[in-house]
Design a protein around this ligand. Structure first.
Ligand SMILES: Nc1nc2c(ncn2[C@@H]2O[C@H](COP(=O)(O)OP(=O)(O)OP(=O)(O)O)[C@@H](O)[C@H]2O)c(=O)[nH]1
Ligand SMILES: [Mg+2]
Length: 594
């Protein structure tokens, strides 16, 4: 046996997720119909599934009478109850809140269930049916032939956007075991009531259609027309059965209206028979719950379709931010890194060359070598000056980053404006740029830039120092290098002497050979330092990416989900709704089959 706290928790989580999604749709006028579908799903969960799992003992059969404005709903309620209890009124759209008619001796404990009829408040005293508030009332009537049945008179559903009162009707629809759908002869083809009928069929509710107000002679023909034009186009119920009985209640005389039990018996009995096919309330409730659960699990994905559009927009925003971040990084690389020489590494190179010269007693030899290379150095400096232009002045790093940041923001703003008509998310971002988003992003960026500058300066210094530091701390290694350099110089010297063998030109060969040997050492050192230099270049790219563009992109990505809008919550709901439905279904299954 499951823990009652468990199913209560599941029902309340599902109901609140659905309510949240509904509210989210309500904010978008184009999604009024989807909002109502979500409301029905929530109403099924709160008013039918919840009480069932709670083992609510002995709930009476609930019959809801629904239909377009002025279709004759209140009249049909009286017809079912068998007395003039509901206010029928020539003004279409008169009934504005649900009213339950119950036998005088019947209990109303079923109203006490948590979440019962959602936000509708129970009126304590009888009130006119046209009270336009989120309320419901219960009126006790003389016990009827129907037995312990609750008959609900409901407001109409003429437009999906019906300012609030449509939701009152949907609440009762979720509760009902049987729905009597009323349509008058002139208006049974109206679009919204027909769409509503679709929704009811899909939800698997037991339905009876009553066509009203026609001439008795035409009733057969109108029923056939309705079946052909409306019913045959309805979707299949999840149970597979969608045979909906259609009855006619022709235009009645005032006399018949006043006393349907005796004066309209020929029309009343067939209707009551259809409604009472499921005489046993417990069986009817099981059937309603079973169908509701089938509907929720099959239509779950479709219900979430509305949220999926939001998530697609969120995904598009995310990839725009990702893409424009890459552009920011690329611009930093092209405008700063590629042109930046990191002069600090030139110093490090000189220092390294100095280090591998002989110290102390070897100094004299080094000085002689240095003297011998004088002509080479003079010549090299002339060539270098002639060939290499002074480096172009590189724009400061902060300036490049700031420029790239501004370009980034401009791109996001332009894209948001371009897509503003496609989805509210883009509009939200576009308006954001006019009211605080730019400032907040700039502040964010400057904070990141500051911490980047600190860590970056330290990093370069450490890398440059690292070029020589290792060697300075490693005397043995230094001795080996110095020895190798000495060997190379000695070799060059020896070669020059051997080649010149005290001819006059030996004096020119010596400076040339020792210069070449030195040039070789310089090339090796340069190669080594260049490696370090390009390492710091890619290291800097990584730092910019990790400390500036990455965090800023993260901040921008979630921006639409903060400050009141709730795209994050959508993701939670999308994941959780199907899961919760499945778990509730598992809990209900054994009881439905027992
Ligand atoms: N004479 C006669 N009048 C009818 C009949 N059916 C409905 N009416 C009248 O039509 C008008 C509308 O009927 P209601 O039952 O109030 O319709 P409703 O669907 O409840 O309308 P709203 O609550 O306004 O949406 C009322 O004035 C009824 O008296 C009928 O069979 N005969
Ligand atoms: Mg009415």
């Amino acid at each position: 046996m499951d823990d009652p706290a468990d199913h209560r928790q599941l029902v309340s989580v599902l109901a609140s997720d659905l309510a949240w999604l509904e509210d989210h749709c309500r904010r978008q006028p184009a999604l009024a119909k989807e909002a109502s579908q979500l409301r029905l799903a929530g109403a099924l969960v709160r008013n039918a599934v919840g009480p069932f799992l709670e083992n609510e003992a002995k709930t009476p059969l609930h019959v809801a009478v629904v239909g377009g404005a002025g279709a004759g709903k209140s009249t049909i309620v009286n017809f079912l109850v068998g007395a003039k209890v509901a206010e029928a009124n020539p003004q279409a759209g008169y009934t504005r809140h649900p009213t339950a008619y119950i036998p005088a001796n019947s209990s109303t404990t079923w109203t006490g269930h948590l979440g019962f009829l959602g936000s509708l408040r129970k009126l304590d005293a009888p009130s006119p049916a046209n009270l336009d508030e989120d309320v419901y009332q219960i009126r006790r009537v003389e016990p009827t032939a129907l037995g312990d049945v609750v008959v609900w008179d409901c407001p109409d559903m003429t437009t999906w956007a019906a300012g609030g009162y449509l939701a009152r009707l949907i609440e009762v629809t979720g509760l009902a075991d049987v729905i009597v759908y009323v349509a008058s002869d002139e208006r049974y083809n109206d679009e919204v009531p027909t769409q509503f009928l679709h929704m009811l069929v899909r939800s698997g509710k037991a339905l009876v259609v009553v066509l009203t107000k026609m001439h008795e002679a035409n009733s057969r023909q109108i029923i056939e027309h309705f079946e052909r034009e409306i019913l045959s186009r309805l979707p299949k119920a999840p149970s597979g059965k969608s045979a909906v009985p259609v009855l006619a209640v022709p235009f009645l005389t005032l006399d018949q209206l006043a006393d349907p039990v005796r004066k309209a018996i020929a029309h009343r009995i067939p209707l009551i028979n259809q409604v009472m096919v499921l005489t046993d309330a417990a069986t009817a409730r099981k059937r309603a719950v079973d169908h509701a659960l089938q509907y929720l699990s099959t239509a779950g994905g479709e219900l979430l379709e509305v949220a999926r559009k939001d998530l697609d927009a969120l995904e598009a925003w995310k990839s725009l931010v990702r893409y424009s971040r890459q552009e920011f990084d690329a611009r930093y690389r092209a405008e700063f890194l590629d042109g930046e020489g990191f002069r600090r590494f030139d110093e490090a190179r000189e220092r390294l060359l100095e280090l591998i010269e002989l110290p102390g007693a070897g100094r004299g030899f080094a000085m002689v070598m240095w003297g011998l290379r004088l002509p080479y150095r003079a010549l090299r400096s002339v060539i270098v000056k002639a060939l290499i232009r002074p480096p172009a002045v590189n724009i400061g790093e902060s300036q490049v980053l700031e420029g790239a940041f501004r370009a980034w923001m401009d791109q996001l703003r332009a894209e948001a404006i371009r897509h503003a008509d496609e989805h509210p998310l883009w509009k939200h971002v576009a308006t954001g740029f006019n009211s605080g988003l730019s400032d907040a992003a700039t502040k964010q960026f400057q904070g990141l830039l500051r911490s980047f500058q600190v860590s970056s300066a330290d990093e370069i210094e450490a890398a440059a120092r690292g070029v020589t530091a290792g060697l300075e701390k490693n005397p043995a290694g230094l001795i080996v290098l110095r020895g190798m350099k000495l060997l190379l110089d000695a070799l060059a010297l020896g070669l020059a002497i051997w080649a010149g063998w005290f001819e006059w030109y030996m004096l020119t060969l010596i400076p040339i050979f020792v210069s070449v040997s030195h040039q070789v050492v310089e090339l090796i050192v340069r190669q080594f330092v260049e490696g370090k230099r390009s390492a710091i270049r890619s290291r800097k790219m990584t730092i910019v990416s990790q400390t500036v563009s990455g965090p800023l992109a993260d901040w921008l990505t979630v921006w639409p989900a903060t400050g009141g809008s709730a795209y994050e919550k959508l993701q939670v709901a999308l994941r959780r709704v199907p899961e919760t439905i499945a778990r509730i279904k598992d809990l209900a299954e054994p009881r439905l089959r027992s």
